[in-house]
Design a protein around this ligand. Structure first.
Ligand SMILES: [Zn+2]
Length: 292
């Protein structure tokens, strides 16, 4: 599943590729990809004649600000355009975008296609089809309609996410620290890969009961999370899962993991073998010697 670094890589790609992309035609190839409005015609009508103005990211959600452009042949000033709500995307397991100049025949996993007047296409492809899209009219509340978005915890890079915050939210939690890191209501955007890598880097066992973790360890954990995520964003996301960037390429092999998918291999610090075990249904990789 794409995690924060992969989604951030997609966001940057979308900002780079889509220059003044005004949606002139929409084709919904699979109705269930549209999560809101329930009626797909309403979704299509809603986003038509919208300029995709800006892409933001919150946790693993991509959020495009839309501006209304009724007549694109007349000169318009971006700042004067009226808002037309938001196009929100969650890639879930296997969703990805492809930007295609001079649109071609879509593959069978194509779910939604957006076209501009020059027939450039922003194509959304999703093999397992868990990904979702919402069009939220400007008078509605994003956080109310998209429950998962409304309940998200702070961004790992934000000032709100620090050792004090962590201490407060986990002080009575008996769950494992690994399960805590995967909980999107506690911190946004971290999934299996980066939870394992951050805990390794902080020297904390993923099995530790969250409430037993001390302040100085939490300081280290916060730093590890930020470092691991930043490093991965810098390398364009990992090669794991079915993550693709906008050119349809797999992650650029830049990120070397320390524990994730290294079961039975030697720990890079101590030489002990990396182990794997499930925690709340998720494969967890760790070094029993380096992580206490
Ligand atoms: Zn080790």
């Amino acid at each position: 599943m794409p995690e924060l670094p992969e989604v951030e890589t997609v966001r940057r790609g979308l900002e780079q590729k889509l220059n003044n992309f005004i949606i002139k035609k929409v084709e919904v190839c699979r109705d269930s990809t549209v999560a809101f409005p329930i009626n797909k015609e309403e979704f299509i009508k809603g986003v038509l004649n919208s300029l995709i103005y800006k892409w933001d990211r919150r946790g693993k959600y991509l959020i495009a600000q839309l501006k209304e452009v009724q007549n694109e042949n007349t000169q318009f000033l971006l700042d004067n355009l009226k808002n037309n709500g938001f196009l929100v995307v969650h890639l879930r397991m296997t969703g990805y975008f492809k930007f295609i100049e001079n649109s071609s025949h879509p593959c069978k996993h194509t779910r939604i296609r957006f076209f501009d007047k020059n027939n450039n296409e922003l194509r959304y492809i999703d093999v397992r089809s868990f990904g979702q899209m919402w069009w939220i009219n400007k008078d509605l509340s994003l956080n109310k309609i998209i429950k998962g978005l409304g309940s998200l915890g702070p961004e790992p890079f934000s000032e709100d996410f620090d050792a004090n915050y962590l201490k407060k939210v986990i002080s009575k939690r008996t769950k494992s620290i690994k399960a805590i890191l995967l909980d999107q209501t506690i911190v946004a955007g971290i999934g299996n890969i980066y939870a394992d890598e951050s805990l390794y880097s902080a020297g904390i066992s993923p099995f530790r009961e969250a409430r037993t973790i001390k302040k100085n360890e939490l300081i280290k954990l916060k730093e590890s999370i930020v470092t691991v995520l930043k490093k991965s964003i810098g390398s364009g996301g990992t090669t794991f899962s079915d993550f693709r960037d906008l050119d349809g390429e797999n992650g650029n092999f830049g990120l070397q993991t320390n524990v994730y998918r290294r079961t039975g291999k030697e720990c890079r610090k101590c030489g002990n073998l990396i182990e794997r075990q499930k925690i709340t249904g998720r494969s967890t990789h760790w070094c029993p010697k380096c992580q206490k």
